[in-house]
Design a protein around this ligand. Structure first.
Ligand code: HAS
Ligand code: CU
Length: 548
């Protein structure tokens, strides 16, 4: 089969549109983050009566929801076009419809946040309430992403039809799994927004069942973090081997890990609600067990990455246990940034295991430790991998080339990021162990005696935050250069081949009915009885279906 080596220009334009919005969100959201760390250091107060929670919401929504979703969808459009061929004009048209709905939705949401009418944090569950416009904006973002997802599905189905009996190209397959995951989980957030929060905010009902709203949010919120992680894994599995000059260790193992993510990502939301009353401990226990199941595909990924690096190193004559490390292309930012992301994922994942263990979570829940955790996972592992991806993806799409100087700047950017994050996230973990609360304005605890213990860490946090903000400026300089100013030329969209000794990929991976079927069964198993409990035991005064 002849491979489409270059992404079609029309598909490239679509992918770039998404990626531009992602990086604009990074600039604005990053600025809000800097302000937060400064406020928390106790040395700075926000001007003009701006609320800490407004800034916090801006930061979380722009970086956690907008940067990620836009970058991921743009990247996936490009990856599918590259590996399964150019989109039909119809499918591409729906890609644009998705883009505009998401962009308009983001603008509406941002307006209500910035005007202080939606300081509800990025999780926005009850009892915090926002202006209806905030929920309407978010709904547009989600609906837009669904339309983009369907555009990807139809394109993949067309490829399958044209290639009966073949397994789909790895990157396209992975993108489709990620979009299925997204679709199934975002039904939860759509339900709480449309059935509970929007009617409540419009004044149509006067109360909502808070536990149901939090549960529906976390049904979505946990798979959301894997929706962020999987595109990073796409880059690790299918692109990094090519960049270092090696091969994919095993195509089947990569697909299996993605399928396991689909199955086990969703029925685990209770690990965010371990401290909440109203959920039977048995069901928390079931979901903790499933949480530990979803660690397995990450361990498989670690194994696979080590194998890829080692196989390549040995093919270059490396000897000894870690001799292969010396053979890796350290001077290539396309490799270096994601690699640093991988290294950070080792302590980040360990922190996740702490959180998932019910007893240990009692120590860290709602402390700034958790914030430290997701700044390692999302803001380092995933984001550094996205940056590393942007260093070839953007010039490939814009028809330009990364210069040596930009590559050097990207290496510096990665180091700045790693150092800044060690300070910031490290301080967050320590302060969290001492009980420093997350999501609390400095003024709410400044006079408490414990604050004296926390403040030194919060100053270190601010130092880290400042270094990270410099990192954001650097990456924006690089990205702008690659999109608009770098010399014109051809940049490769690297896609790795599978190692010769790997087993043939079984067709069973394409049995979507089976995988989606098991996913649904697991969700029903993990959630049906707890949901019935929540609704039957809704607080007094509830009426109707007791969702409010
Ligand atoms: Fe988490 C809270 C549990 C992974 C994001 N998490 C959060 C929140 C976010 C988040 C945003 O159980 C806060 C939500 C909020 O606002 O309240 N998390 C886990 C577990 C994992 C995990 C078990 N989280 C992630 C990822 C995220 C993310 C990934 C974003 C992308 N998390 C929790 C829990 C909470 C939580 C509780 C709630 C806490 C509370 O109390 O509120 C696991 O998936 C982690 C598995 C990962 C590993 C690491 C494998 C290592 C690899 C790297 C290999 C390196 C190589 C290079 C090859 C086991 C793959 C090596 C080279 C060398 C030279 C060394
Ligand atoms: Cu989670």
């Amino acid at each position: 089969m002849a491979e489409t080596v270059k992404v079609d220009r029309r598909d490239a334009k679509l992918a770039l549109a998404y990626i531009y919005v992602a990086f604009i969100a990074l600039g604005l959201g990053g600025l809000a983050g800097l302000l937060q760390t400064l406020v928390r250091s106790g040395k700075f107060t926000l001007p003009a009566n701006i609320s800490y929670y407004t800034i916090l919401t801006t930061h979380g929504v722009l970086l956690g929801l907008v940067l990620t979703t836009f970058f991921i969808i743009g990247f996936q459009f490009a990856a599918i076009s590259r590996t399964a061929g150019t989109f039909s004009s119809r499918a591409r048209f729906f890609g644009w419809v998705g883009f505009w709905l998401m962009t308009i939705g983001t603008a509406v949401t941002a307006f209500f946040i910035l005007t202080g009418q939606a300081s509800v944090l990025y999780t926005f569950y009850a009892p915090l309430q926002a202006h209806p416009g905030f929920y309407i904006g978010l709904t547009l973002v989600v609906v837009g992403s669904w339309i983009s997802g369907f555009s990807m599905f139809t394109h993949y189905a067309r490829w399958k039809k044209a290639h009966p009996g073949e397994v789909g190209p790895l990157l396209s397959f992975m993108a489709v799994v990620n979009m299925v995951l997204w679709l199934v989980c975002s039904l939860g957030v759509a339900a709480t927004v449309l059935i509970q929060l929007l009617p409540w905010s419009l004044g149509l009902v006067d109360r909502v069942n808070v536990l149901v709203s939090r549960t529906l949010f976390w049904y979505f919120g946990h798979p959301l973090v894997y929706f962020w992680l999987l595109p990073a894994y796409m880059i690790w599995y299918a692109i990094i081997p090519k960049i270092i000059g090696g091969k994919i260790f095993s195509d089947s193992l990569a697909r299996l890990s993605f399928i396991l993510f689909l199955l086990f990502s969703i029925p685990v939301g209770f690990h965010h609600q371990l401290m909440e009353p109203g959920i039977d401990p048995f069901w928390k226990y079931v979901q903790v067990v499933l949480t530990f199941m979803v660690v397995i595909p990450s361990l498989m990924t670690a194994f696979s990455m080590f194998a890829t690096f080692e196989m390549y190193g040995r093919s270059q004559g490396a000897v000894g246990l870690f001799g292969w490390l010396r053979k890796l292309p350290w001077g290539d930012a396309r490799f270096f940034a994601p690699f640093v992301g991988m290294v950070f994922f080792i302590p980040a994942g360990a922190g996740g295991l702490v959180n998932a263990s019910h007893q240990l979570d009692q120590v860290v829940h709602n402390t700034i430790w958790v914030t430290g955790h997701f700044h390692l996972t999302l803001a380092t592992t995933v984001v550094l991998t996205f940056f590393g991806g942007a260093y070839w993806l953007i010039p490939h799409l814009s028809g330009r080339m990364m210069t040596k100087a930009m590559n050097r700047l990207a290496i510096i950017q990665t180091i700045v990021w790693a150092v800044g994050m060690c300070f910031m996230s490290g301080a967050m973990h320590f302060a969290g162990l001492l009980g420093a609360p997350r999501r609390s304005a400095f003024s709410t605890y400044a006079n408490s005696p414990q604050a004296l213990e926390w403040i030194p860490y919060q100053i270190v946090q601010a130092v880290g935050g400042t270094i990270l903000f410099i990192g954001i400026i650097l990456v924006l300089v690089i990205v702008t250069n690659l999109a608009f100013f770098a010399p014109k030329g051809e940049t490769e969209f690297p896609v790795a081949e599978v190692a010769e000794q790997a087993e043939r990929t079984p067709l069973a991976f394409e049995n979507w009915k089976l995988w989606i079927g098991i996913t649904v069964v697991l969700i029903l198993l993990a959630y049906t009885i707890p949901f019935i409990d929540m609704i039957q035991n809704a607080p007094p005064g509830s009426k109707g279906y007791k969702l409010w």
